[in-house]
Write a protein that binds this ligand. Structure first.
Ligand code: ZN
Length: 132
């Protein structure tokens, strides 16, 4: 059997992940002002307690991993995991560092890794369009 992997040990790659997006939803009671006016007097909005709204995390979107603060230097392939079953061949890459005899890092699916930022961002926008 001959298997072709997209990347090699030591390759620097860009990963993409599905992140929950922070969305600020302004309070409908005070229109995001944090206060309401009754008879020319201002009161703290009873619905948002002056916070002007709420941050919600529901929406998800694909983004390049480095934007989310993955430590630099953790983008190189140190180990390749290959699982072959009757149904599928799954290739995953461990990105991280090697400490004496142990490996430390995160396992990534081959489909979520790219050679450069341009390709990664292109795939992010393609997948985000599919989400909408
Ligand atoms: Zn409010």
């Amino acid at each position: 059997m001959e298997l072709k992997t997209k990347f090699n040990i030591g390759d620097n790659v860009i990963g993409i992940s599905l992140y929950s997006k922070e969305v600020f939803v302004s309070c409908p009671t005070c229109d995001g002002m944090g206060e309401i006016t009754i008879k020319d007097k201002k009161f703290e909005c009873p619905d948002c307690y002056g916070q002007c709204g709420n941050t919600e995390y529901k929406q998800k979107e694909w983004n390049t991993a480095d934007e989310e603060g993955i430590m630099s230097g953790y983008n190189n392939v140190i180990k390749i995991d290959i699982d072959i079953t009757k149904e599928e061949t799954r290739i995953r890459y461990l990105l991280g560092r090697k400490y004496s005899k142990s490996y430390c890092g995160t396992l990534w699916d081959e489909n979520d890794l790219f050679e450069n930022v341009e390709d990664a961002e292109l795939e992010c926008s393609r997948r985000n369009e599919e989400l909408e």
